[in-house]
Design a protein around this ligand. Sequence first.
Ligand SMILES: CCCCCCC/C=C/C(=O)SCCNC(=O)CCNC(=O)[C@H](O)C(C)(C)COP(=O)(O)OP(=O)(O)OC[C@H]1O[C@@H](n2cnc3c(N)ncnc32)[C@H](O)[C@@H]1OP(=O)(O)O
Length: 719
Amino acid sequence: MARYELVKRSVALITLTNPPVNALSSAVRHAIAKSMEHALNDPKVTAVVIYGENGRFCGGADIREFAGPLRGPPLVPLLDAIEAGEKPVVAAIEGVALGGGFELALVCHYRIAHFKARLGLPEVTLGILPAAGGTQRLPRLIGIPAALELITTGRHISAQEALKLGIVDQVTEQNACEVAVEFALRAVAKPLSSRRVSTLTTPCPPDLDALLEAVTMQVKKKARGAMAPLACVQAVRAAATMPYSKGIKRESELMATLFNSGQARALQYCFFAQRTAGKWTLPSGAQWNNSKPREIRRAAVIGLGTMGRGIVVSLARVGISVIAVESEKKLLETGKQMVIGMLERDAKRQGVSASLNLLKFTLSLQDLKDVDIVIEAVFEDMALKKHVFQELSKVCRPATLLCSNTSGLDVDALAGVTDRPHLVVGMHFFSPAHVMKLLEVVCGPRSSSETIATAMSLGKRMGKVSVAVGNCPGFVGNRMLKPYLDQATFLLEEGATPEQIDKALEDFGFAMGVFRMSDLAGLDVGWRVRKESGLTGPDIDPKNPPRRRQGHRYCPIPDMVCEQGRFGQKTGRGWYMYDSPGGTNAKSDPLIQNLLEMYRSRYGIQPRNISDQEIIERCLFALANEGFRILEDGIAARPEDIDVIYLFGYGFPRHRGGPMFYASMVGLERVLERLEHYHQAHPDVPHLEPSPLLKKLVACGSPPVQNWREHIKTMHSHL
Ligand SMILES: CCCCCCC/C=C/C(=O)SCCNC(=O)CCNC(=O)[C@H](O)C(C)(C)COP(=O)(O)OP(=O)(O)OC[C@H]1O[C@@H](n2cnc3c(N)ncnc32)[C@H](O)[C@@H]1OP(=O)(O)O
């Protein structure tokens, strides 16, 4: 777990050997303690270098160990002893020094970083804080404002930024270990007292209280309801106001409250869920580690609307040449200018020149003969998409992959009109595509494993979190959205307001409540889908009761809002009113209150007081219930995949872990009981009827979310 060797006759080189990231597992901590003891007691040793094997210094504490009882030497006394030692210790940082790994570097008397190294204290993203002295040492080293920013955001910084901040002593383009050994030899004769960071006085700004207050407000606003960022601020306050010996105790107390919290469990679950999602697997046995993706050099994107433009930018950013196609000259020119503007702004931010030479804009599909992949992003209309796919079949070489950015249409129906159904797959980007991290890779029944592997790997290359999902209306994300939206509008009918529902959801942790989110996304899209599905509009049977459609409860309020030309932010009016079309400042609109009152009185609905608890339960349990059905139907392989989709695509609060993890934290028995209760009250809402899988899991004793898969095995898969 750590190799000990003597180099240059007098330098003890301690190399951490715990692949893949040299995490500080109990065995590694034990090995470091033993090696340090050896080095400090061996008279031949005059200095020590700590290094990480395979070009990675250390990825921090072993997160997997957090779930069990603490074994092995605790980190704080181990690190204190390294700092207190009488021989100079130099950290040779390559790759990453994160969390406990960064804290290990902070107790070394000198730090040498390779120019490509990245450093940071990401503990806050795991629901904890840097509790191995990080909150006490970093402010002493770089001052309160910079330390606060790094600790409360968990941001990784480059070696160059670390040098500027005074975190590292030298940045090198050579082998960091070799440079550190030479550095250590030169440090032997120098006094160590000023190099022990815990003994330094924290440089304190005169307006400390105001600064801490401002950062507290900032983190409260950003991570609604998350405890860890607030605890980080308190720990840094201790570094400013207490000696190290007291500050470290405060750090440990704050850590104790966070460590066993549901939020820490949720955030650590998110960390692993994100990595699990990349490990896709099909019933055929094809999976992430046995299916080779194709290399993609040249791509084409059809349609330069909002989605298409974002996809072009995402591809060009990672060096893929892109041919962008539009059907009309004016649309092509507008799209071209917007894409160029986006790439130029990107390049300016990074201080590089925009890679515009990768782009070609055309009106002709004939130009797509030689591309490796086409991503279609035309209007969400099946007939139009089928036409495009037929044309692509004719012009593209037989090996070209054909992908659709549909947000819910049948990918297999598109495959069916081509000459290569095995090379067709859905690539559902989220808007705006160059910003949003989520990509649903929709596997049709005929998509080959190579095609899926290529789409997944292309997503990863573009920096997306790609999740493989099966083919059904709405796939995973949008299919689950329907019961969530339905519950919100049913609650409006029953007496709630958009403001009340949004506030309850925002207090739960969503960045935006459902109505504010709908206003942002545009209300007309859903309206068109409802019209096409025969749920609203002039074609519906007049004999239909107005609040029932296709045999189930239906709420026509969203249609009524659209009928007034209120399509959300873009029209300046939606569920809220805005200062102007495109405005973002949502204000309550008395017209919506009137509309709701008139609606209720027309249908004889007596409004009732609805609690926030009911809002949360009905919206979120209905959401999770559909997630259980998706697992039963084999549309998602694992609950982790669903959670990742909701975290990255729909703003589900990360400290709640995602809808499926949240259900497991509430307790499946409780979720079942509440769904049964609400279904009894609303028997005409099928989404409230508890799914068979939920019942099965409760009958099996509500296993943890990571074990649900064992209970789904027998059900069929669409993946
Ligand atoms: C019990 C009390 C202890 C008190 C100590 C308190 C103070 C210290 C706290 C901490 O240090 S918490 C951990 C802080 N560190 C991090 O948050 C870093 C997490 N890791 C990453 O960000 C990335 O993994 C990486 C290091 C940047 C590497 O990224 P890359 O994309 O190259 O690889 P990944 O696919 O992400 O990871 C590979 C593999 O390694 C697993 N892993 C990564 N880091 C850890 C870790 N710290 N502990 C355990 N496992 C880790 C990761 O899960 C992957 O494995 P699989 O999931 O694919 O099996």
